[in-house]
Design a protein around this ligand. Structure first.
Ligand SMILES: Nc1ncnc2c1ncn2[C@@H]1O[C@H](COP(=O)(O)OP(=O)(O)OP(=O)(O)O)[C@@H](O)[C@H]1O
Length: 282
């Protein structure tokens, strides 16, 4: 079953156009949603959450069209919005939101408070950014949603807090088999976490693949500039070079270039793929 399915979604904004977006987010996995600033990630998340309407196309959540009840009960959204409640404690916020959820699980809330080591009787204005993000995650998790959507949860966090938060998400998957849809322009967050990657650029989906397929599809190719023949160039998505050396991204079988023993083939990071794919298109 797909947790999220977008069929031919379009949305026009002043200087931006989301065009014919088809997307399938499978249940039970972590899907990373990557793309540079302004690519359209938040716009798509807002369309999924019914905060803004698409001009055309269809959104299905667990196979059903949008409906307020289904959205509230089944989706936990985690983003940087708790600053609106900075004069309240997490306990006070919890008291006001819990009655809206049929499946609110007070025991789960308390165990997350303990696990994440958050003081829930302290005003949010005294929380660090990382603590606020964990608070948002606790509120989302405590109503037992089937799907957790995180919009840039790690942006603005220092590397240690980011690692801590990513560890929490990983543990959630081991313990509870949640479905997570996680947008980030910090691709290193997703290198060892995501099962699937959706890559968006300029309002278009560049690819959606599982991590294994990505490893088989993309290769970093390196060598001396003299080995950057027209034949090698024709196989590369894009490349760059100094006076001596070149580095590029190959999409497809590495057999296309590995006959040349001076050429090195390496596994790319998601950042490499995003970098060279956006170079191709710019
Ligand atoms: N309310 C709005 N009205 C008009 N244009 C908008 C509005 N919100 C966003 N945009 C434009 O839509 C485009 C996509 O923005 P969006 O926030 O979806 O990108 P993003 O991939 O989430 O980027 P980031 O990583 O920077 O958050 C941008 O060009 C942005 O300027």
């Amino acid at each position: 079953m797909n947790a999220i399915e977008l069929n031919k979604i379009s949305k026009k904004r002043e200087n931006f156009f989301l065009e014919d977006i088809d997307l399938k987010i499978p249940e039970g996995f972590i899907t990373g949603f990557i793309g540079p600033n302004g690519a359209g990630k938040s716009t798509i998340i807002k369309i999924i959450m019914d905060v803004i309407k698409a001009d055309n196309g269809e959104v299905l959540l667990f196979g059903e069209p949008h409906d307020k009840h289904m959205l509230r009960e089944n989706i936990g959204i985690v983003y940087d919005n708790l600053y609106m409640y900075e004069d309240l404690t997490l306990k006070q916020i919890k008291k006001s939101v819990a009655p809206f959820y049929r499946n609110w699980d007070e025991k789960a809330y308390e165990s997350y408070i303990e696990k994440f080591k958050l003081p829930d009787n302290k005003k949010l204005k005294h929380f660090s950014k990382g603590m606020t993000m964990k608070a948002s995650l606790i509120l989302a998790l405590s109503h037992a949603p089937r799907l957790i959507i995180m919009d840039e949860p790690t942006s603005g966090l220092d590397p240690l807090v980011r690692r801590d938060l990513l560890g929490i998400i990983r543990d959630l998957m081991i313990d509870e088999q949640k479905t997570v849809f996680f947008s980030s322009h910090i691709t290193t967050d997703l290198d060892n976490l995501a099962d699937y990657i959706v890559f968006i650029y300029n309002g278009k989906i560049v690819f959606q693949k599982d991590i294994e397929e990505i490893k088989q599809t993309f290769h970093i190719v390196k060598g001396h500039k003299n080995d950057l023949s027209d034949n090698v160039k024709s196989k590369l998505v894009s490349w760059e070079h100094t006076d001596e050396l070149f580095t590029g991204l190959l999409e497809g079988s590495s057999a296309a270039v590995d006959k040349n023993e001076n050429i090195l083939i390496e596994e790319p990071t998601l950042e490499d793929i995003m970098y060279y794919k956006t170079k191709e298109r710019s």
